[in-house]
Design a protein around this ligand. Structure first.
Ligand code: PA5
Length: 442
């Protein structure tokens, strides 16, 4: 379960202000619970951990087993934003960082940028492998994944023929509408559905996240169980509810202390993509109507040697939320050295993780002294179960937090602006008037 410790905020906030924000958070909890707030047609994520049928997991496993029987050793997962970050977060956290698994399909991601070099280099790998593809787009029309899919699809069709390619392509999209749905029906691709009532950034526990995670060889049943157990805790209303406390404290720090930037901190590189996933979840859900906490992320101790300076000493607009991990899976003990030239013998016999924990504690004290409040969250270890709990915790807290802020957590009107300009510049049919306008500006 996710534990929360707010002691690192104690010297910054008044108890009475915290009580006030707890009461706002409890009101927001009621809105989320009663499904009476803005965007309430996008609350399907709330029950995914307990609603997901065993048959859906079996369908994901059937794709994995079928592809393995065809000798597939590479799955290109195409998607952007909420259609890729959850899967990437889980797979990066759960995978060995250096040695690929022999018993699983390697998963790589495409369609999350428009870099020609990225796509060309990815295709260099595809040419060498026995590849298949999962294309994920709820709308079915997002430019980045559509471009990547065109390239991958054309290659698979050229190498395996149309029918052979169709057996290597799975689409995850809307149940009824959109270009990807139409194409899938036409070409006979296997499809999975992104539920209508689940937005992209809340979709990690739908097939959007589950299928790539299954392909990569991880246990989504344990992930759903972790999310379900976390849900069981979080649906209990009360001042001890960790999501209520997190939402209350971050809004208090933002509104009363004027700290506009929340940095998600981890001390384990496996959590780099947890930061990316979390930034989308909070940035897209809260950053609207001229409001919102700017979500940033760092990996310590790595970034203590770069961003550490700013956090300690720069513009005092930052607070931190640290996601701690109680137990390392592996053990590396520091040895002793006769010469002791590096003067590390005082650490001999210590685990590296002990040094990490002391670095975290020392950093906490230094940052608090430097004016940076710290919220501490922690999980027992990095595994499927705890990742499921983290996903659910952050989603649930996000709903509460956005309602405290007074915004609709489940829309994203702001992401359309760049697309209009890009389409005009790419001379997409229908955008002729905007093209003329925009050319005058550049
Ligand atoms: O959270 C969201 O809704 C967005 O980030 C989308 O997931 C992202 O834009 C991809 O959209 P789509 O799945 O329609 O291609």
């Amino acid at each position: 379960m996710i534990k929360i410790n707010l002691a690192g905020c104690g010297s910054f906030v008044k108890e009475s202000d915290y009580k006030n924000y707890l009461s706002k958070a409890l009101d927001a909890f009621d809105v989320l619970d009663a499904e009476s707030g803005a965007g309430n047609d996008f609350l399907g994520w709330k029950t995914l951990p307990v609603d997901t049928p065993e048959s859906l997991i079996k369908d994901c496993e059937a794709v994995r087993d079928d592809w393995k029987s065809q000798g597939v050793d590479l799955a290109v997962v195409i998607g952007i934003g909420g259609s890729y970050l959850g899967a990437r977060c889980a797979i990066e956290a759960l995978s060995h960082q250096f040695v690929p698994r022999k018993d699983a399909i390697r998963v790589v991601f495409a369609g999350n940028n428009l870099s020609e070099d990225y796509l060309a280099e990815l295709m260099d790998l595809v040419y060498q492998k026995n590849a298949a593809c999962v294309v994920i787009s709820k709308s079915g029309t997002t430019t980045e994944p559509a471009v990547a899919f065109r390239v991958v699809k054309a290659y698979l069709e050229q190498r395996y023929g149309k029918k052979g390619a169709a057996s290597r392509i799975v689409a995850i999209t809307d149940a009824h509408k959109g270009a990807l749905k139409t194409l899938s029906t036409q070409e006979g691709y296997r499809t999975f559905v992104v539920p209508d009532n689940v937005g992209g950034r809340f979709s990690v526990l739908t097939p959007v996240g589950l299928l790539p995670i299954v392909l990569a060889g991880f246990d989504v049943r344990a992930m759903l169980k972790g999310a379900a157990d976390e849900r069981a805790e979080l649906i209990k209303k009360g001042e001890g509810n960790a999501a209520v406390q997190y939402a209350a404290m971050r809004n208090l720090i933002y509104s009363k202390l004027g700290k506009k930037v929340e940095v998600l901190v981890s001390y384990n590189p496996k959590f780099q993509y947890l930061g990316e996933w979390w930034k989308q979840l909070y940035g897209e859900s809260e950053g609207k109507d001229g409001k919102g906490i700017f979500p940033a992320s760092v990996n310590f101790t790595t970034d203590l040697h770069s961003m550490g300076q700013f956090i300690q000493d720069g513009d005092r607009t930052v607070f931190e939320t640290v996601v701690g991990v109680e137990k390392a899976h592996r053990s590396v003990v520091i040895g002793s050295d006769d010469q002791n030239l590096d003067q590390l013998n005082y650490l001999s016999g210590q685990h590296v993780e002990h040094c990490n924990a002391m670095a975290a504690l020392g950093t906490k004290l230094a940052h608090i002294d430097g004016g940076v409040p710290q919220i501490d969250l922690s999980v027992e270890s990095i595994d499927e179960y705890n990742l499921g709990a983290l996903f659910y915790f952050f989603e649930f807290a996000c709903g509460i937090s956005a309602y405290i802020l007074g915004v609709n957590p489940f829309n994203q009107p702001g992401v359309e602006a760049y697309k209009k300009n890009m389409f005009a510049l790419l001379r997409k049919p229908g955008y002729e008037a905007q093209t003329e306008e925009i050319l005058k500006r550049i």
